[in-house]
Ligand binder design. Structure first.
Ligand SMILES: CC(C)(COP(=O)(O)OP(=O)(O)OC[C@H]1O[C@@H](n2cnc3c(N)ncnc32)[C@H](O)[C@@H]1OP(=O)(O)O)[C@@H](O)C(=O)NCCC(=O)NCCS
Length: 221
């Protein structure tokens, strides 16, 4: 495959990839991968390099859709797949082995730590953290400052898949490691869910909840 490799001083170099490949700036016509839908460089496979012009660090072996939109200071680890129609804000970190499915929208300062799977059309607010192994299935709404402990699973759709945003994780909700949230449940703001709990019904008042199914143990966080 032929490609143009001359450097352009206007381009911001991809730090972790190769100095030959540059991320695009708004008024630069040099090669950035975005005109070549399938670009194979050594073992790196890019459906297209990222766009936007702001500094972004990208690791190895990622597959990133051509329309990925990101803000400033984003970082992507290795072995991660970012599907179509995904938009993330500033200061977003997407770690290793993440699968982000189409249509996800996320705000600023979101951390997808690693081994994360976010299913299509989830909406994620600002300052949300997903620790290792978190899974969100289709159409979950996550509000600002929510925290997901390792291996937590949030189900978004019932069998008929009609519960878009039926599952809502409220602002400042802390979900302990290994917790499961049933589809169609809504958790209000300022809630802590203990590790390995199961949430099977709406939580409508703030406090600390533990167990399977969850029961409130305290009002205050
Ligand atoms: C829920 C939690 C915050 C409660 O902490 P706490 O306020 O210090 O509560 P206590 O340890 O005093 O426990 C109060 C009671 O709840 C029980 N309990 C606490 N956490 C529980 C849990 N996850 N599941 C079931 N019961 C739990 C305790 O056994 C205790 O019961 P008892 O009164 O019958 O003895 C904490 O136990 C927890 O699960 N934290 C999440 C940790 C985590 O996942 N971190 C991820 C890091 S990345």
């Amino acid at each position: 495959m032929s490609r143009k490799t001359e450097k352009c001083t206007e381009c911001v170099p991809f730090r972790s990839l190769t100095n030959e490949i540059n991320s695009p700036s708004s008024n630069c016509n040099h090669f950035h991968g975005d005109r070549y839908p399938k670009l194979y460089i050594n073992n790196y496979i890019y459906l297209q390099t990222v766009c936007g012009g702001d500094i972004i660090e990208v690791g190895k072996y990622n597959v990133i859709a051509d329309d990925f939109q990101h803000g400033k200071n984003c970082k992507i680890g290795h072995h991660t797949c970012i599907e179509k129609e995904i938009v993330v804000g500033d200061d977003v970190t997407i770690g290793n082995y993440c699968d982000l499915y189409h249509g996800i929208k996320a705000g600023n300062s979101v951390i997808f730590q690693g081994h994360i799977r976010i299913a299509p059309n989830c909406r994620i607010g600002n300052k949300v953290t997903f620790k290792y192994g978190t899974i969100l299935t289709t159409g979950v709404l996550v509000k600002d400052k929510a925290f997901f402990g390792p291996n937590s699973i949030v189900l978004g759709g019932l069998a008929d898949r009609k519960t878009k945003y039926g599952t809502v994780i409220g602002e400042n909700v802390y979900i302990g490691a290994g917790t499961k949230i049933a589809a169609g449940t809504k958790i209000c703001e300022d809630v802590i869910i203990g590790a390995n709990s199961f949430v099977n019904k709406d939580i409508t008042s703030s406090g600390v909840y533990v167990g399977n199914p969850v029961k409130k143990i305290r009002d205050k966080l």
